[in-house]
Write a protein that binds this ligand. Sequence first.
Ligand SMILES: [Zn+2]
Length: 274
Amino acid sequence: MDPSRRRSAARKWVVAFLVLAGLALPVSAASAGTIPDTKLGWSSCLWPAGKTITVAVDPAFPLPAGASDRLNEAIVRWDGVLRTSRRGGDVVRVGDGAGDIVVQYRALEGTDTSEVLGETYLERAGDAGFTTNIGVCPDRRPAAFGMQAVQIRIAPRNDWFTGDDNSTTNWQNCGGSTFRAFNPGLCTPTVDFGSTMTHELGHSLVFYHPQTLDQIDNIPVNRTDSASAQAKCVEASGEFPPQATMCSGQGQWRAEQRTLETWDIETMHRAYDQ
Ligand SMILES: [Zn+2]
């Protein structure tokens, strides 16, 4: 990883997802428990209560092969939690074209580095346009703004992994240099489309990175009382597998952020149970 770039991204509060260099890290035990409200990534922007949030791919920027199924799976994961929230509502895929959330396989804004995998652009009710500044939706505040539209851009790359959930375990073996040497075709893709899609959909529901909360609070990410520690982000936990989807960095040859973890689910409930 490049710490300076990661700090820079956080300072601008850009809603983005970065790739971290592959690291060999020890596995440690994970602990469970209810996470304090102040350590969850809820914001003051929410989609209207009970709304069916539609997700469409922009036909002008179509997804690469295999990616459409990964988008569907990411939608289903968030949808399953939203349906159980007090506000209700759901998230559904619709045909290519118009949607509340429009996904584009499109180059990111010019200032972003090649390490940025995706970005989410937010538009609140009454806003004139989109912004990547999640600061327009203040963190950990009661509902104050309704969401109107979202665009997600996924960076065009030649190293996306779009395999299904049954294939991720084998692909993750590419983290080992010997395995990589013997499986060059499998290991050419280094970043996971499904994880990126799940992460950006979380931003579309207006959730923060735990790392951004820690920056706002001026708490080191590796301190035990950080939001990043609660979310088991790699900087705090020392390992990739338990990371929340909303942690800001994806490891190379890592797919665990396809699935929602406790931090993601409790964040959604804190936001959408209001
Ligand atoms: Zn992000």
